[in-house]
Design a protein around this ligand. Structure first.
Ligand SMILES: NC(=O)c1ccc[n+]([C@@H]2O[C@H](COP(=O)([O-])OP(=O)(O)OC[C@H]3O[C@@H](n4cnc5c(N)ncnc54)[C@H](OP(=O)(O)O)[C@@H]3O)[C@@H](O)[C@H]2O)c1
Length: 373
């Protein structure tokens, strides 16, 4: 049984550690959990200031519904960073249902969002619990930008791009690979429509620089899911990528290799081959983010028959943005009910203006640039 109201699962990881840092900043007591106690303790105990002002404990937990339930008992909120979530998420949500905990995770995987909604939304809603996969920079900031565009009526199409500068972590790389085999959806007329599965780079205009950028559907992203039954919106396309054009060409060549060498295999063999390819492409863990280098940019064109709005949200340190959003989500849930229970996004549960305000307070996001014509 965890000692504290918030459990960070995967606290030994890059994002888990940052979440613990922001929980300390927000003065929230937490239990840092991971599959390996020594590794988790080694990470969390070295957070600056945690020994003086943090209230926390560190525990090892087995990745089973029983093991996780035993840990979550008595807590209120679970912040899960153990991805790829499509592979590892169900046990964690099931343990939340068993113990009455709200569930938040850092996913950017559309396939996980859809399967968690299908399998767990009803049970979470019945218990008055929040099931919020994807409270993370990809794609909560894009959703904030989209919601700002929709603050005025007259728009029904969202054309969105998110770009970031930096390198992915170990689990992020695995997640990018696991996304390559899933079907990516956009929204057309309020319905999911699959993107063409042939890997293809899209040239996108990049507000604020002369050169265009390259982007991909990136597994579909969260935005088509969050706007699926929204009566204001009919069409949503969402592309993502990194600032570095050369790196995007590498991502394309990997996606092409997956299409040619892995997709034709029987399903049972695909995963092992994909894991092999991910391991061969594994990069070292990136350094701690630097505001001057690690940037992010969300761009949303909202259009209607007679109107257009362009919202640009610039930020820095996308893993820190993710961690702060998670820690704030926990703070909110400890103090009051979310605006929505069951399957809901960060913006739907806590309000897009509130989340923007939190990111701005910590210098992680600038003032949105809004042009309406
Ligand atoms: N959407 C976004 O903007 C966004 C932002 C940040 C992160 N993310 C996602 O969040 C996830 C975590 O990212 P990260 O940067 O923190 O990765 P990371 O540094 O590689 O950390 C992964 C964590 O998961 C644990 N883990 C891995 N496999 C496990 C298993 N089978 N059982 C139990 N624990 C396991 C690791 O434990 P060990 O230390 O014991 O290996 C570690 O604590 C990824 O899926 C990433 O894509 C998304």
């Amino acid at each position: 049984m965890a000692k504290h109201p918030v459990v960070v699962y995967g606290a030994s990881g890059y994002t888990g550690r940052l979440i613990c840092e922001y929980l300390r900043e927000l003065r929230i007591p937490f239990t840092a959990a991971g599959r390996n106690e020594e590794r988790t303790k080694n990470v969390v105990d070295h957070i600056p200031g945690v020994a003086d002002t943090g209230v926390y404990d560190v525990v090892a937990v087995e990745h089973t519904v029983a093991g996780l339930s035993e840990l979550f008992e008595g807590s209120k909120v679970v912040l899960n960073t153990v991805g790829p979530f499509a592979d590892l998420g169900h046990e964690v949500v099931e343990a939340c249902i068993a113990t009455g905990c709200h569930y938040l995770d850092t996913t950017g995987e559309q396939n996980w969002m859809l399967s968690s909604q299908e399998r767990h939304a009803a049970a979470m809603e019945e218990k008055g619990l929040l099931l919020a996969p994807g409270i993370a920079q990809m794609y909560t900031t894009g959703e904030i930008a989209a919601e700002i565009a929709l603050e005025e009526p007259g728009y029904e199409t969202l054309d969105t791009v998110i770009l970031w500068k930096g390198a992915p972590t170990t689990a992020s790389t695995e997640t990018i690979f696991s996304n390559l085999l899933s079907t990516a959806y956009k929204l057309e007329g309020g319905e999911y429509v699959a993107w063409d599965s042939t890997p293809q780079l899209h040239e996108v205009s990049f507000p604020g620089q002369h050169e265009t950028a390259l982007a991909l559907p990136w597994g579909g992203t969260s935005l088509p899911v969050w706007f699926k039954d929204d009566p204001r919106v009919n069409d949503v396309t969402s592309l993502g990528g990194v600032y570095n054009r050369e790196l995007m060409k590498v991502v394309l060549s990997i996606a092409e290799a997956v299409e040619q060498a892995i997709r034709p295999l029987p399903e049972a063999e695909q995963r092992a081959k994909l894991d092999e390819m991910a391991a061969a492409n594994a990069a070292p863990m990136p350094p701690r983010e630097m505001a001057a280098y690690n940037r992010s940019m969300d761009s949303v064109h909202a259009t209607g028959p007679l109107k257009h709005a362009h919202v640009v949200l610039r930020g820095n340190s996308n893993y820190k943005q993710t961690a702060l959003l998670q820690a704030y989500g926990a703070l909110h849930l400890l103090r009051q009910k979310p605006n929505r229970v069951g399957f809901a996004s960060g913006c739907q549960a806590f309000g897009h203006r509130r989340l923007l305000d939190v990111l701005q307070q910590y210098g992680l996001t600038g003032e949105p640039i809004v042009v309406r014509d």
